[in-house]
Design a protein around this ligand. Structure first.
Ligand code: PLP
Length: 226
Protein backbone atom coordinates (compact mmCIF):
# COMPACT_ATOMS: atom_id res chain seq x y z
CA UNK A 1 0.00 0.00 0.00
CA UNK A 2 1.08 3.59 -0.60
CA UNK A 3 2.54 5.55 2.29
CA UNK A 4 0.21 7.41 4.62
CA UNK A 5 1.24 10.80 3.16
CA UNK A 6 0.24 9.71 -0.34
CA UNK A 7 -3.10 8.36 0.75
CA UNK A 8 -3.79 11.50 2.74
CA UNK A 9 -3.03 13.61 -0.32
CA UNK A 10 -5.40 11.47 -2.34
CA UNK A 11 -8.23 11.86 0.19
CA UNK A 12 -7.67 15.62 0.33
CA UNK A 13 -7.83 15.78 -3.45
CA UNK A 14 -11.04 13.71 -3.62
CA UNK A 15 -12.49 15.92 -0.94
CA UNK A 16 -11.55 19.04 -2.91
CA UNK A 17 -13.20 17.63 -6.04
CA UNK A 18 -16.35 16.71 -4.11
CA UNK A 19 -16.50 20.29 -2.80
CA UNK A 20 -16.06 21.65 -6.32
CA UNK A 21 -18.92 19.48 -7.62
CA UNK A 22 -21.13 20.69 -4.78
CA UNK A 23 -20.15 24.34 -5.26
CA UNK A 24 -18.59 24.42 -1.80
CA UNK A 25 -15.35 25.91 -0.55
CA UNK A 26 -12.92 23.14 0.56
CA UNK A 27 -12.15 25.14 3.71
CA UNK A 28 -15.70 24.30 4.90
CA UNK A 29 -14.79 20.62 5.31
CA UNK A 30 -12.45 19.33 8.01
CA UNK A 31 -10.81 15.96 7.44
CA UNK A 32 -10.49 13.95 10.64
CA UNK A 33 -7.96 11.14 10.20
CA UNK A 34 -9.25 8.18 12.21
CA UNK A 35 -6.35 6.37 13.87
CA UNK A 36 -8.11 3.92 16.20
CA UNK A 37 -6.19 0.64 16.54
CA UNK A 38 -3.22 2.15 14.67
CA UNK A 39 -0.03 2.99 16.57
CA UNK A 40 1.16 6.45 17.58
CA UNK A 41 3.77 6.16 14.80
CA UNK A 42 0.96 6.28 12.22
CA UNK A 43 -0.36 9.47 13.82
CA UNK A 44 3.12 10.99 13.65
CA UNK A 45 3.48 10.09 10.00
CA UNK A 46 0.18 11.79 9.13
CA UNK A 47 1.07 14.77 11.32
CA UNK A 48 4.33 15.19 9.43
CA UNK A 49 2.28 15.25 6.22
CA UNK A 50 0.38 18.23 7.61
CA UNK A 51 -2.64 16.49 9.14
CA UNK A 52 -3.79 18.05 12.45
CA UNK A 53 -7.23 16.56 13.24
CA UNK A 54 -7.27 12.97 14.47
CA UNK A 55 -10.12 10.72 15.54
CA UNK A 56 -10.20 7.97 18.15
CA UNK A 57 -13.08 5.72 19.21
CA UNK A 58 -11.84 4.10 22.42
CA UNK A 59 -11.41 6.20 25.53
CA UNK A 60 -8.26 4.66 27.01
CA UNK A 61 -6.62 4.48 23.61
CA UNK A 62 -7.22 8.22 23.19
CA UNK A 63 -5.80 8.92 26.64
CA UNK A 64 -2.67 6.88 25.91
CA UNK A 65 -2.01 8.34 22.46
CA UNK A 66 -2.66 11.89 23.65
CA UNK A 67 -0.07 11.34 26.37
CA UNK A 68 2.44 9.79 24.00
CA UNK A 69 2.04 12.54 21.40
CA UNK A 70 1.61 15.51 23.72
CA UNK A 71 4.67 17.24 22.27
CA UNK A 72 3.06 17.72 18.83
CA UNK A 73 1.79 21.31 18.67
CA UNK A 74 -1.74 22.04 17.46
CA UNK A 75 -2.75 18.43 17.16
CA UNK A 76 -6.52 18.18 17.75
CA UNK A 77 -8.12 15.01 19.07
CA UNK A 78 -11.68 14.14 18.15
CA UNK A 79 -13.47 11.52 20.18
CA UNK A 80 -15.80 9.90 17.66
CA UNK A 81 -16.89 6.64 19.33
CA UNK A 82 -19.62 5.67 21.75
CA UNK A 83 -18.59 6.81 25.17
CA UNK A 84 -19.57 5.13 28.40
CA UNK A 85 -20.24 7.61 31.17
CA UNK A 86 -17.56 6.09 33.40
CA UNK A 87 -14.93 6.75 30.73
CA UNK A 88 -15.72 10.42 30.20
CA UNK A 89 -12.79 11.24 32.46
CA UNK A 90 -10.30 9.96 29.87
CA UNK A 91 -11.82 12.05 27.10
CA UNK A 92 -12.90 15.39 28.61
CA UNK A 93 -9.36 16.63 29.41
CA UNK A 94 -7.92 16.04 25.93
CA UNK A 95 -10.66 16.14 23.28
CA UNK A 96 -11.12 19.17 21.02
CA UNK A 97 -14.50 17.86 19.94
CA UNK A 98 -16.64 15.01 21.28
CA UNK A 99 -18.76 13.74 18.39
CA UNK A 100 -21.15 11.31 20.00
CA UNK A 101 -22.98 12.77 22.97
CA UNK A 102 -26.23 10.83 23.13
CA UNK A 103 -27.57 11.11 26.66
CA UNK A 104 -27.97 13.71 29.33
CA UNK A 105 -26.06 11.52 31.81
CA UNK A 106 -23.03 11.45 29.52
CA UNK A 107 -23.29 15.20 28.93
CA UNK A 108 -23.32 15.85 32.69
CA UNK A 109 -20.30 13.69 33.29
CA UNK A 110 -18.36 15.28 30.42
CA UNK A 111 -19.21 18.71 31.82
CA UNK A 112 -18.06 17.68 35.29
CA UNK A 113 -14.80 16.20 33.98
CA UNK A 114 -14.08 19.14 31.68
CA UNK A 115 -13.79 21.41 34.70
CA UNK A 116 -13.01 24.94 33.55
CA UNK A 117 -12.08 23.81 30.03
CA UNK A 118 -14.62 24.59 27.28
CA UNK A 119 -15.57 21.32 25.61
CA UNK A 120 -17.17 21.51 22.15
CA UNK A 121 -19.47 18.61 21.36
CA UNK A 122 -21.91 17.18 18.84
CA UNK A 123 -25.03 15.12 19.38
CA UNK A 124 -24.95 11.73 17.72
CA UNK A 125 -28.29 11.11 16.03
CA UNK A 126 -29.54 7.63 15.22
CA UNK A 127 -31.19 8.78 12.00
CA UNK A 128 -32.52 5.37 10.97
CA UNK A 129 -33.68 4.22 14.41
CA UNK A 130 -31.37 1.20 14.41
CA UNK A 131 -31.72 -0.90 17.54
CA UNK A 132 -28.11 -1.81 18.18
CA UNK A 133 -26.73 1.63 17.57
CA UNK A 134 -25.96 4.57 19.81
CA UNK A 135 -27.30 8.01 19.17
CA UNK A 136 -30.34 9.97 20.23
CA UNK A 137 -33.61 9.48 18.32
CA UNK A 138 -34.35 12.45 16.01
CA UNK A 139 -37.51 13.22 18.00
CA UNK A 140 -35.51 13.47 21.24
CA UNK A 141 -32.66 15.57 19.87
CA UNK A 142 -34.12 18.94 20.83
CA UNK A 143 -34.56 17.97 24.45
CA UNK A 144 -31.00 16.69 24.63
CA UNK A 145 -29.68 19.79 22.86
CA UNK A 146 -31.35 21.97 25.50
CA UNK A 147 -29.85 19.88 28.29
CA UNK A 148 -26.37 20.19 26.76
CA UNK A 149 -26.79 23.93 26.37
CA UNK A 150 -27.52 24.20 30.08
CA UNK A 151 -24.10 22.71 30.96
CA UNK A 152 -21.66 25.61 30.55
CA UNK A 153 -18.33 23.94 29.80
CA UNK A 154 -20.03 22.08 26.95
CA UNK A 155 -20.46 23.99 23.70
CA UNK A 156 -22.99 22.45 21.34
CA UNK A 157 -21.59 22.72 17.81
CA UNK A 158 -23.80 20.43 15.73
CA UNK A 159 -24.76 16.86 14.89
CA UNK A 160 -23.08 13.61 13.91
CA UNK A 161 -24.37 10.38 12.41
CA UNK A 162 -23.29 6.97 11.14
CA UNK A 163 -25.78 5.80 8.49
CA UNK A 164 -26.95 2.18 8.41
CA UNK A 165 -24.60 -0.24 6.64
CA UNK A 166 -25.66 -1.74 3.34
CA UNK A 167 -28.00 0.94 2.09
CA UNK A 168 -27.53 4.26 0.30
CA UNK A 169 -26.15 6.79 2.74
CA UNK A 170 -27.23 10.01 1.02
CA UNK A 171 -30.84 10.09 2.29
CA UNK A 172 -29.58 9.64 5.86
CA UNK A 173 -27.07 12.44 5.43
CA UNK A 174 -29.81 14.67 4.03
CA UNK A 175 -31.99 13.81 7.00
CA UNK A 176 -29.27 14.87 9.44
CA UNK A 177 -28.84 18.13 7.58
CA UNK A 178 -32.59 18.87 7.78
CA UNK A 179 -32.62 18.02 11.47
CA UNK A 180 -29.75 20.42 12.03
CA UNK A 181 -31.77 23.19 10.35
CA UNK A 182 -34.88 22.41 12.43
CA UNK A 183 -32.93 22.28 15.67
CA UNK A 184 -31.03 25.40 14.90
CA UNK A 185 -34.22 27.39 14.39
CA UNK A 186 -35.90 25.82 17.45
CA UNK A 187 -32.91 26.78 19.60
CA UNK A 188 -32.40 30.14 17.93
CA UNK A 189 -28.70 29.61 17.42
CA UNK A 190 -26.49 28.29 14.64
CA UNK A 191 -25.26 24.70 14.77
CA UNK A 192 -22.33 24.93 12.38
CA UNK A 193 -21.05 21.36 12.28
CA UNK A 194 -22.33 18.23 10.56
CA UNK A 195 -20.01 15.28 11.18
CA UNK A 196 -20.86 12.70 8.54
CA UNK A 197 -19.00 10.61 5.98
CA UNK A 198 -16.35 7.88 6.32
CA UNK A 199 -13.96 6.12 3.91
CA UNK A 200 -16.77 4.65 1.82
CA UNK A 201 -19.04 7.64 1.59
CA UNK A 202 -17.29 10.91 2.43
CA UNK A 203 -17.83 12.34 -1.05
CA UNK A 204 -21.58 11.77 -0.82
CA UNK A 205 -21.52 13.31 2.65
CA UNK A 206 -19.79 16.42 1.30
CA UNK A 207 -22.48 16.67 -1.39
CA UNK A 208 -25.09 16.64 1.41
CA UNK A 209 -23.41 19.39 3.43
CA UNK A 210 -20.96 17.60 5.72
CA UNK A 211 -18.48 19.90 7.49
CA UNK A 212 -16.44 17.11 9.13
CA UNK A 213 -15.56 13.82 7.45
CA UNK A 214 -14.05 10.97 9.48
CA UNK A 215 -11.77 8.85 7.33
CA UNK A 216 -9.79 5.90 8.68
CA UNK A 217 -9.10 2.86 6.53
CA UNK A 218 -8.72 4.82 3.27
CA UNK A 219 -5.71 6.54 4.88
CA UNK A 220 -4.27 4.00 7.31
CA UNK A 221 -5.32 0.71 5.75
CA UNK A 222 -7.48 -2.00 7.29
CA UNK A 223 -7.87 -2.33 11.05
CA UNK A 224 -7.53 -5.49 13.08
CA UNK A 225 -10.92 -6.68 14.30
CA UNK A 226 -11.47 -5.76 17.91
C1 PLP B 1 -13.86 3.90 12.71
C2 PLP B 1 -14.77 5.03 12.49
C3 PLP B 1 -14.66 5.84 11.34
C4 PLP B 1 -13.69 5.57 10.21
O1 PLP B 1 -14.16 4.52 9.45
P1 PLP B 1 -13.47 4.11 8.04
O2 PLP B 1 -14.50 3.35 7.37
O3 PLP B 1 -12.26 3.33 8.40
O4 PLP B 1 -13.13 5.38 7.35
C5 PLP B 1 -15.52 6.93 11.24
N1 PLP B 1 -16.43 7.21 12.19
C6 PLP B 1 -16.55 6.47 13.31
C7 PLP B 1 -17.57 6.85 14.32
C8 PLP B 1 -15.74 5.36 13.49
O5 PLP B 1 -15.89 4.62 14.59
Amino acid sequence: MAAIAERLAEIRERSRLACARAGRDPSEVTLVAVTKTHPAAAVREAYEAGQRDFGESYAQELRDKARELSELPNLRWHFIGRLQTNKARYVAPVASLVHAVDSEGLARELARRAGSRALPCLLEVNVAGERQKGGVAPAAAEELARAVRALPPLALRGLMTIPPAGEPAAPHFARLRRLREELSSALGEPLPELSMGMSEDFEEAIAEGSTIVRVGSAIFGPREAR
